[in-house]
Design a protein around this ligand. Sequence first.
Ligand code: DOR
Length: 305
Amino acid sequence: KVSMAVDLGGIRMKNPVNTASGTFGNGWQFEGFYSVGDLGAITTKGCAAEAWDGNPAPRMCELPSGIMNSVGLQNPGVRAFIASYGEYLAGLEERGCRVICQVAGHSIEEYVRALELFEELAPFASGFEINISCPNVSKGGAAMGATAAAAAEVMAAVRPVTKRPIVVKMAPHDVGEIARALEAEGADALSLINTIPGMAIDVRTRRSKLSRPTAGISGPAIHAIAVRMVWEAHRAVSIPLCGIGGVTSGEDAAEFILAGATAVSVGTANLVDPTAAPRVERELEAWAESQGVSDINELIGAFEC
Ligand code: DOR
Protein backbone atom coordinates (compact mmCIF):
# COMPACT_ATOMS: atom_id res chain seq x y z
CA LYS A 1 0.00 0.00 0.00
CA VAL A 2 1.35 3.40 -1.03
CA SER A 3 1.50 6.18 1.54
CA MET A 4 -0.59 9.03 0.08
CA ALA A 5 -0.13 11.73 2.75
CA VAL A 6 1.37 15.03 1.57
CA ASP A 7 2.24 18.38 3.12
CA LEU A 8 1.11 21.43 1.15
CA GLY A 9 3.17 24.13 2.87
CA GLY A 10 2.05 23.13 6.36
CA ILE A 11 -1.39 21.88 5.32
CA ARG A 12 -1.02 18.17 6.11
CA MET A 13 -3.34 16.23 3.81
CA LYS A 14 -4.11 12.50 4.11
CA ASN A 15 -4.03 12.31 0.31
CA PRO A 16 -3.18 14.85 -2.44
CA VAL A 17 -6.74 15.42 -3.63
CA ASN A 18 -8.25 18.84 -2.98
CA THR A 19 -11.28 20.49 -4.58
CA ALA A 20 -10.95 23.71 -6.57
CA SER A 21 -12.64 26.78 -5.14
CA GLY A 22 -16.06 27.59 -6.56
CA THR A 23 -16.70 24.16 -8.06
CA PHE A 24 -17.64 22.29 -4.91
CA GLY A 25 -20.25 24.39 -3.14
CA ASN A 26 -18.96 24.51 0.38
CA GLY A 27 -18.60 20.74 0.59
CA TRP A 28 -21.85 19.62 2.21
CA GLN A 29 -23.68 19.56 -1.14
CA PHE A 30 -21.56 16.51 -2.06
CA GLU A 31 -22.16 14.50 1.14
CA GLY A 32 -25.11 12.74 -0.54
CA PHE A 33 -22.70 11.24 -3.07
CA TYR A 34 -19.78 10.20 -0.82
CA SER A 35 -18.09 11.02 2.45
CA VAL A 36 -16.39 14.38 1.80
CA GLY A 37 -14.26 13.79 4.90
CA ASP A 38 -12.28 11.23 2.87
CA LEU A 39 -10.80 13.92 0.61
CA GLY A 40 -7.37 15.36 1.33
CA ALA A 41 -8.74 18.91 1.46
CA ILE A 42 -11.47 21.16 0.19
CA THR A 43 -11.08 24.80 -0.82
CA THR A 44 -14.14 26.94 -0.20
CA LYS A 45 -15.58 29.56 -2.58
CA GLY A 46 -13.81 32.90 -2.48
CA CYS A 47 -15.17 35.15 0.23
CA ALA A 48 -14.62 38.86 0.86
CA ALA A 49 -15.01 40.92 4.02
CA GLU A 50 -18.43 42.19 2.87
CA ALA A 51 -21.00 40.51 0.54
CA TRP A 52 -20.58 40.78 -3.25
CA ASP A 53 -23.43 40.32 -5.78
CA GLY A 54 -21.28 38.95 -8.60
CA ASN A 55 -22.14 39.58 -12.25
CA PRO A 56 -25.63 39.35 -13.76
CA ALA A 57 -26.85 36.06 -15.32
CA PRO A 58 -26.17 34.32 -17.62
CA ARG A 59 -22.77 33.66 -16.14
CA MET A 60 -22.02 30.03 -16.88
CA CYS A 61 -22.10 28.00 -20.10
CA GLU A 62 -20.84 24.63 -21.28
CA LEU A 63 -18.30 24.35 -24.09
CA PRO A 64 -17.19 21.14 -25.84
CA SER A 65 -14.16 20.73 -23.58
CA GLY A 66 -14.89 22.82 -20.52
CA ILE A 67 -17.02 25.35 -18.76
CA MET A 68 -16.96 29.11 -19.12
CA ASN A 69 -17.92 31.28 -16.15
CA SER A 70 -18.26 34.96 -15.36
CA VAL A 71 -19.61 34.59 -11.82
CA GLY A 72 -17.66 37.53 -10.41
CA LEU A 73 -17.01 36.07 -6.98
CA GLN A 74 -20.53 36.31 -5.63
CA ASN A 75 -20.23 35.69 -1.89
CA PRO A 76 -22.08 36.50 1.34
CA GLY A 77 -19.11 38.10 3.18
CA VAL A 78 -17.02 36.33 5.82
CA ARG A 79 -19.41 36.72 8.77
CA ALA A 80 -22.43 35.27 6.94
CA PHE A 81 -20.23 32.59 5.36
CA ILE A 82 -19.04 31.39 8.77
CA ALA A 83 -22.58 31.57 10.21
CA SER A 84 -23.85 29.29 7.41
CA TYR A 85 -20.99 26.85 6.94
CA GLY A 86 -18.63 27.18 9.91
CA GLU A 87 -20.05 24.27 11.87
CA TYR A 88 -19.99 21.89 8.89
CA LEU A 89 -16.45 22.92 7.95
CA ALA A 90 -15.19 22.52 11.52
CA GLY A 91 -16.67 18.99 11.46
CA LEU A 92 -14.86 18.22 8.19
CA GLU A 93 -11.56 19.11 9.86
CA GLU A 94 -12.40 16.69 12.66
CA ARG A 95 -12.94 14.00 10.01
CA GLY A 96 -9.39 14.60 8.78
CA CYS A 97 -10.22 16.63 5.66
CA ARG A 98 -8.27 19.88 5.58
CA VAL A 99 -10.33 23.03 5.05
CA ILE A 100 -8.73 25.83 3.04
CA CYS A 101 -10.75 29.05 3.01
CA GLN A 102 -10.37 31.19 -0.08
CA VAL A 103 -10.03 34.94 0.40
CA ALA A 104 -11.15 37.54 -2.18
CA GLY A 105 -10.65 41.29 -2.39
CA HIS A 106 -10.94 44.32 -4.69
CA SER A 107 -7.87 45.96 -3.18
CA ILE A 108 -4.98 45.16 -0.84
CA GLU A 109 -6.96 46.60 2.07
CA GLU A 110 -9.90 44.32 1.27
CA TYR A 111 -7.73 41.19 1.13
CA VAL A 112 -6.26 42.11 4.50
CA ARG A 113 -9.68 42.81 6.04
CA ALA A 114 -11.17 39.53 4.75
CA LEU A 115 -8.21 37.52 6.02
CA GLU A 116 -8.40 39.26 9.40
CA LEU A 117 -12.05 38.21 9.70
CA PHE A 118 -11.23 34.62 8.71
CA GLU A 119 -8.33 34.55 11.14
CA GLU A 120 -10.72 35.52 13.94
CA LEU A 121 -13.86 33.61 12.92
CA ALA A 122 -12.48 30.43 11.30
CA PRO A 123 -10.24 28.81 13.94
CA PHE A 124 -10.94 25.43 12.27
CA ALA A 125 -9.31 26.34 8.93
CA SER A 126 -6.02 24.59 8.16
CA GLY A 127 -5.01 27.35 5.77
CA PHE A 128 -6.08 30.13 3.47
CA GLU A 129 -5.94 30.60 -0.28
CA ILE A 130 -5.54 34.16 -1.53
CA ASN A 131 -7.24 34.53 -4.90
CA ILE A 132 -5.25 37.03 -6.97
CA SER A 133 -6.37 35.55 -10.27
CA CYS A 134 -10.12 35.86 -10.77
CA PRO A 135 -10.67 37.03 -14.38
CA ASN A 136 -14.26 38.15 -13.72
CA VAL A 137 -13.94 41.20 -11.47
CA SER A 138 -12.92 44.61 -12.73
CA LYS A 139 -11.08 45.67 -9.56
CA GLY A 140 -8.66 43.40 -7.73
CA GLY A 141 -8.76 39.76 -8.84
CA ALA A 142 -6.52 38.99 -11.79
CA ALA A 143 -5.07 42.50 -11.79
CA MET A 144 -3.41 41.62 -8.47
CA GLY A 145 -1.79 38.55 -9.94
CA ALA A 146 -0.74 39.99 -13.29
CA THR A 147 2.70 41.27 -12.29
CA ALA A 148 5.32 40.14 -9.81
CA ALA A 149 5.22 43.58 -8.15
CA ALA A 150 1.44 43.56 -7.58
CA ALA A 151 1.45 39.94 -6.38
CA ALA A 152 4.32 40.66 -3.98
CA GLU A 153 2.48 43.67 -2.58
CA VAL A 154 -0.63 41.60 -1.77
CA MET A 155 1.46 38.83 -0.23
CA ALA A 156 3.49 41.24 1.92
CA ALA A 157 0.25 42.80 3.22
CA VAL A 158 -1.52 39.53 4.12
CA ARG A 159 1.50 37.70 5.56
CA PRO A 160 1.43 39.37 9.01
CA VAL A 161 -2.30 38.64 9.47
CA THR A 162 -1.97 34.90 10.17
CA LYS A 163 0.59 32.30 11.14
CA ARG A 164 -1.44 29.63 9.36
CA PRO A 165 -0.38 28.50 5.87
CA ILE A 166 -1.13 30.87 3.01
CA VAL A 167 -1.57 29.42 -0.48
CA VAL A 168 -1.73 31.92 -3.35
CA LYS A 169 -3.88 31.10 -6.38
CA MET A 170 -2.07 32.24 -9.48
CA ALA A 171 -3.28 33.49 -12.83
CA PRO A 172 -2.15 31.79 -16.05
CA HIS A 173 0.70 34.20 -16.74
CA ASP A 174 4.42 33.76 -17.11
CA VAL A 175 4.59 32.06 -13.76
CA GLY A 176 8.30 31.92 -12.93
CA GLU A 177 8.89 35.52 -11.89
CA ILE A 178 5.55 35.90 -10.08
CA ALA A 179 6.04 32.60 -8.24
CA ARG A 180 9.50 33.72 -7.06
CA ALA A 181 8.11 37.06 -5.83
CA LEU A 182 5.35 35.30 -3.85
CA GLU A 183 7.83 32.86 -2.31
CA ALA A 184 10.10 35.75 -1.31
CA GLU A 185 7.20 37.45 0.50
CA GLY A 186 6.42 34.35 2.55
CA ALA A 187 3.80 32.37 0.60
CA ASP A 188 3.70 28.80 1.94
CA ALA A 189 2.39 27.24 -1.28
CA LEU A 190 1.05 28.20 -4.70
CA SER A 191 -2.02 26.88 -6.49
CA LEU A 192 -2.22 27.10 -10.24
CA ILE A 193 -3.94 27.77 -12.51
CA ASN A 194 -7.13 29.81 -12.33
CA THR A 195 -9.40 29.91 -15.38
CA ILE A 196 -8.09 31.42 -18.61
CA PRO A 197 -9.99 34.36 -20.13
CA GLY A 198 -11.87 33.32 -23.25
CA MET A 199 -14.92 34.26 -25.30
CA ALA A 200 -18.08 32.42 -26.36
CA ILE A 201 -20.23 34.21 -28.94
CA ASP A 202 -23.84 33.40 -29.78
CA VAL A 203 -23.66 33.89 -33.56
CA ARG A 204 -27.41 34.26 -33.93
CA THR A 205 -27.64 37.30 -31.64
CA ARG A 206 -23.96 38.30 -32.14
CA ARG A 207 -23.71 38.73 -28.39
CA SER A 208 -21.65 37.01 -25.76
CA LYS A 209 -23.24 33.83 -24.39
CA LEU A 210 -22.54 35.30 -20.96
CA SER A 211 -23.19 38.67 -19.35
CA ARG A 212 -19.66 39.83 -19.98
CA PRO A 213 -17.70 39.74 -23.26
CA THR A 214 -14.95 37.62 -21.75
CA ALA A 215 -15.08 34.93 -19.09
CA GLY A 216 -12.87 32.25 -17.56
CA ILE A 217 -12.55 28.86 -19.23
CA SER A 218 -11.90 25.78 -17.12
CA GLY A 219 -11.84 22.02 -17.61
CA PRO A 220 -10.07 19.67 -20.05
CA ALA A 221 -9.48 22.59 -22.47
CA ILE A 222 -6.86 24.07 -20.11
CA HIS A 223 -5.26 20.92 -18.64
CA ALA A 224 -2.12 20.80 -20.78
CA ILE A 225 -1.49 24.51 -20.21
CA ALA A 226 -1.83 24.05 -16.45
CA VAL A 227 0.60 21.10 -16.41
CA ARG A 228 3.17 23.19 -18.27
CA MET A 229 2.73 26.05 -15.81
CA VAL A 230 3.11 23.79 -12.78
CA TRP A 231 6.33 22.46 -14.29
CA GLU A 232 7.60 26.02 -14.79
CA ALA A 233 6.68 27.03 -11.24
CA HIS A 234 8.31 23.85 -9.90
CA ARG A 235 11.58 24.86 -11.49
CA ALA A 236 11.27 28.46 -10.21
CA VAL A 237 10.48 27.95 -6.51
CA SER A 238 10.91 25.42 -3.72
CA ILE A 239 7.56 25.91 -1.95
CA PRO A 240 4.94 23.24 -2.70
CA LEU A 241 2.40 23.57 -5.50
CA CYS A 242 -1.20 22.54 -5.98
CA GLY A 243 -2.00 21.71 -9.62
CA ILE A 244 -5.41 22.79 -10.91
CA GLY A 245 -6.87 22.57 -14.41
CA GLY A 246 -8.91 19.89 -16.12
CA VAL A 247 -8.33 17.01 -13.73
CA THR A 248 -10.95 14.38 -14.57
CA SER A 249 -8.95 11.20 -13.92
CA GLY A 250 -6.12 9.83 -11.83
CA GLU A 251 -3.93 10.07 -14.90
CA ASP A 252 -4.55 13.83 -15.17
CA ALA A 253 -3.68 14.18 -11.46
CA ALA A 254 -0.55 12.06 -11.95
CA GLU A 255 0.67 14.41 -14.68
CA PHE A 256 0.52 17.30 -12.21
CA ILE A 257 2.42 15.29 -9.58
CA LEU A 258 5.14 14.38 -12.08
CA ALA A 259 5.37 18.02 -13.23
CA GLY A 260 6.06 19.04 -9.62
CA ALA A 261 2.72 19.40 -7.80
CA THR A 262 2.38 18.16 -4.23
CA ALA A 263 -1.43 18.27 -4.37
CA VAL A 264 -4.04 18.50 -7.11
CA SER A 265 -7.49 20.08 -7.18
CA VAL A 266 -10.51 18.68 -8.94
CA GLY A 267 -12.67 21.55 -10.24
CA THR A 268 -14.90 21.50 -13.31
CA ALA A 269 -15.12 17.68 -13.13
CA ASN A 270 -17.14 18.01 -9.88
CA LEU A 271 -19.88 19.71 -11.91
CA VAL A 272 -19.90 16.97 -14.55
CA ASP A 273 -19.63 13.96 -12.21
CA PRO A 274 -20.24 14.66 -8.52
CA THR A 275 -18.17 11.60 -7.57
CA ALA A 276 -15.12 12.71 -9.60
CA ALA A 277 -12.91 13.73 -6.66
CA PRO A 278 -12.86 10.39 -4.76
CA ARG A 279 -12.50 8.52 -8.08
CA VAL A 280 -9.47 10.66 -8.98
CA GLU A 281 -8.01 9.79 -5.57
CA ARG A 282 -8.50 6.03 -6.08
CA GLU A 283 -7.05 6.17 -9.59
CA LEU A 284 -4.10 8.27 -8.44
CA GLU A 285 -3.35 5.74 -5.71
CA ALA A 286 -3.53 2.87 -8.25
CA TRP A 287 -1.11 4.73 -10.51
CA ALA A 288 1.34 5.37 -7.66
CA GLU A 289 1.20 1.65 -6.83
CA SER A 290 1.89 0.80 -10.48
CA GLN A 291 5.02 2.96 -10.30
CA GLY A 292 6.45 0.70 -7.59
CA VAL A 293 6.92 3.42 -4.96
CA SER A 294 5.97 3.16 -1.30
CA ASP A 295 5.24 6.90 -0.93
CA ILE A 296 3.55 9.26 -3.40
CA ASN A 297 6.06 11.96 -2.41
CA GLU A 298 8.72 10.03 -4.36
CA LEU A 299 6.81 10.89 -7.55
CA ILE A 300 6.56 14.67 -7.04
CA GLY A 301 8.54 16.31 -9.84
CA ALA A 302 9.68 12.89 -11.12
CA PHE A 303 9.01 13.92 -14.73
CA GLU A 304 12.00 13.12 -16.90
CA CYS A 305 12.62 15.22 -19.98
O1 DOR B 1 -13.07 31.49 -13.04
C1 DOR B 1 -13.21 32.02 -11.94
N1 DOR B 1 -14.44 32.38 -11.53
N2 DOR B 1 -12.15 32.22 -11.15
C2 DOR B 1 -12.23 32.85 -9.97
O2 DOR B 1 -11.22 33.04 -9.33
C3 DOR B 1 -13.52 33.28 -9.45
C4 DOR B 1 -14.70 32.79 -10.20
C5 DOR B 1 -15.79 33.83 -10.18
O3 DOR B 1 -16.50 33.88 -9.18
O4 DOR B 1 -15.90 34.60 -11.13
